[in-house]
Design a protein around this ligand. Sequence first.
Ligand SMILES: NC(=O)c1ccc[n+]([C@@H]2O[C@H](COP(=O)([O-])OP(=O)(O)OC[C@H]3O[C@@H](n4cnc5c(N)ncnc54)[C@H](OP(=O)(O)O)[C@@H]3O)[C@@H](O)[C@H]2O)c1
Length: 293
Amino acid sequence: MRVLITGARGQVGCELMRRVPQGFDVVGMGSTELDIAVADQVKAVVSDVRPQLIINAAAYTAVDKAESDAERAWAVNRDGVDNLAKAAEELAIPLLHISTDYVFSGKANEPYRESDATYPSGVYGASKLGGEEALVANCRQHLILRTSWVFGAHGNNFVKTMLRLGRERDTLSVVADQHGCPTSAASIADALWSLARQYQKSEALQWGVYHFSGDPACTWYQFAEEIFRQAPEMGMLVKVPKLKPIPTTEYPTPAKRPLWSVLGCNRLYDVFGIAQVDWRVELGLVLRELGSP
Ligand SMILES: NC(=O)c1ccc[n+]([C@@H]2O[C@H](COP(=O)([O-])OP(=O)(O)OC[C@H]3O[C@@H](n4cnc5c(N)ncnc54)[C@H](OP(=O)(O)O)[C@@H]3O)[C@@H](O)[C@H]2O)c1
């Protein structure tokens, strides 16, 4: 089965490319080969590659920058998905797409279900929701996988930032009142390939919106604690910084962050048998990779 992967050099894109299962013939494209925001490019590439399935791992993910660069964020996150959705529909093939916990307001206190009302509070979340809507409106065979707090060995993420700051500073202040679920890029790639395999077998899937994130939920402060517990054990840090828990109010950012980002992932398990993965185990694998020569 021929699969087109967009955003192939991002955190998730890289892991998708590294983990191609047998029986798939993959064409992966980064933003320089395929800018999903350009409709004609999408049409040309899709008619040239003739995929039987598209996985979209491309997105404008700079959450703070999006506040002052809204036009580009909407162009990629909504219009780009709109372009892919229309191209997929024309070939009557499915589009697997990744979305985010930021489509929610962050004001809940129990895990978000797929059917819960969306209410994004910033440009990034709103533009990603726009992409979800464009996909639903234009491509019947769509699957939206919402995830959160992505980390991996490739690209920029919280783990790498903590390791860098931990080497530079004696004390680190980390937000302790935002709750979410760290999710390894590798586990997202595995979930997407599992979905692709199930589609390959039956030529059908139960389309719709699903949540997938790591387990258990924690705060950024607890995430940092675990990073600085594991990293020295792997010889990656000689000295551990002192961590100071702070409230969100003491760490102002251009984009408002949801205080509650926990995604309920039962539906993905009930329908496809895809279970959540312990992010602490995944963190160990990522640290090992980052620490290896
Ligand atoms: N990172 C998170 O914490 C997080 C949380 C929840 C959901 N998500 C979602 O997960 C998915 C994957 O995110 P990620 O963490 O892998 O992000 P990432 O590392 O920033 O990768 C996104 C990729 O998309 C590419 N891209 C940007 N604009 C593009 C365009 N117009 N056309 C084609 N490619 C374009 C980027 O390429 P360039 O670098 O060349 O621009 C980059 O390689 C996204 O849908 C994101 O919204 C991420």
